[in-house]
Design a binder for this molecule. Structure first.
Ligand SMILES: [Fe+2]
Ligand SMILES: [Fe+2]
Length: 277
C-alpha cells in the first residue's frame, strides 16, 4: 500500500478492529464491588480461550499452585480481580488484532513492549502507593497501539519504517515526515473510537511528552517512566538515562525500588507471555 494513502480517519475506519464484547462485559462486572467472583467466572466462561488462559495463569509459578486449580471459579479467586482485568485486556487486544499481526517480526516486539509497559506502569503505581494500577496497566498496554494499527494496514511498509529508526524519537520523526502524523496521534484517535476515557486518550496522545498532557498528568509521567524503563531493559541501555530524567526525579522512587519492580515484572511477564504464546 502506498503510504500516501495513510491518513488517521482512513486507518481508524479500515484497520481498527472492534474491542471484543467480553472486555466491556467483564470490565463492567469487575468495576462493580457487589458482584461475586462466581458471577465474574460465569461471564468469563463464555469465552473459552480467555477461560483457559486464566486457568493456565492460576496454575503458573506466579501463584505457586502448580496444577492444583482445575475450575474457573477457583482460578478467578486465585489470581484476583487485578490480574483478571489485565488478562482480559491483553486477551481483548490480542483477539482484536489477531495472531498474524502480533506474530509478525515487528508485531512480536511491539506486543512484548506493550505488555511489559502495562505491567511496569501498574507495579510502579503500587510501589509508589498511588491509586490507579488498573488504569496504568491499560494505558501502558495501549500507548503504542497506533503502531499495531499501521502494522496491520501494511506490515512490510511499517516494519521497514521501524527498522530505519534507531530510537522512538527517530521513529516519530520518520512517521511525521512520511505520513504527516505519528503513532501517538493515531493511537489517541483509536482510543476515542473505542470509547475509552478522556484521560486515557490524553495519555496515549502525549506519551512521548507527558508534560503536554492536560488530563491524567501524574499517570502520564508514570507511563513515560515505564515506557523508558522497558525500552532500556530490552536494549540493555544505560539506566542512568532514566534515573536522570525529570519524570523520574519528580516521581521520587528510589532506584532500588525500581529494580525490585522490574524483577517482579520479569517473572510475571514470562508467565503471561507463555500463556499467550
Ligand atoms: Fe510511542
Ligand atoms: Fe512505547
Amino acid at each position: 500500500m502506498d503510504p500516501h494513502f495513510f491518513t488517521i480517519p482512513y486507518l481508524i475506519k479500515t484497520q481498527l478492529p472492534p474491542l471484543p464484547g467480553t472486555v466491556m462485559r467483564v470490565s463492567a462486572l469487575l468495576a462493580d464491588l457487589n458482584v461475586s467472583q462466581n458471577a465474574i467466572a460465569d461471564a468469563i466462561s463464555l469465552d473459552p480461550i480467555l477461560s483457559s488462559r486464566i486457568l493456565r495463569l492460576a496454575n503458573s509459578a506466579v501463584y505457586g499452585l502448580h496444577g492444583t486449580v482445575t475450575n474457573l471459579a477457583d482460578a478467578v479467586s486465585t489470581v484476583g480481580n487485578n490480574a483478571i482485568s489485565e488478562i482480559l485486556l491483553i486477551n481483548g487486544v490480542s483477539d482484536a488484532f489477531g495472531r498474524k499481526v502480533l506474530n509478525s517480526e515487528a508485531g512480536k516486539d511491539i506486543w512484548f513492549h506493550l505488555i511489559a509497559t502495562g505491567m511496569t506502569a501498574s507495579e510502579l503505581i503500587r510501589a509508589a502507593g498511588m491509586r490507579g494500577a488498573d488504569e496504568a496497566f491499560g494505558c501502558g498496554l495501549l500507548h503504542d497501539i497506533g503502531k499495531l494499527i499501521m502494522l496491520r494496514a501494511d506490515t512490510p511498509y511499517y516494519t521497514n519504517l521501524m527498522q530505519r529508526a534507531d530510537t522512538e524519537g527517530g521513529q516519530v520523526l520518520i512517521e511525521k515526515l512520511e505520513l504527516g502524523f505519528d503513532h501517538a496521534e493515531l493511537g489517541a484517535a483509536a482510543a476515542i473510537s473505542w470509547g475509552l476515557p478522556h484521560a486515557v486518550v490524553h495519555m496515549i496522545r502525549h506519551h512521548h511528552q507527558p508534560a503536554k498532557a492536560t488530563a491524567g498528568v501524574a499517570m502520564a509521567h508514570v507511563l513515560k517512566i515505564a515506557d523508558t524503563l522497558v525500552t532500556l531493559k530490552a536494549d540493555d541501555g544505560d539506566m542512568n538515562d532514566l534515573y536522570r530524567s525529570d519524570a523520574f526525579v519528580n516521581f521520587g522512587l528510589e532506584q532500588a525500588r525500581v529494580e525490585e519492580v522490574w524483577e517482579k515484572v520479569s517473572v510475571k511477564l514470562n508467565e503471561v507471555m507463555g500463556t499467550f504464546s
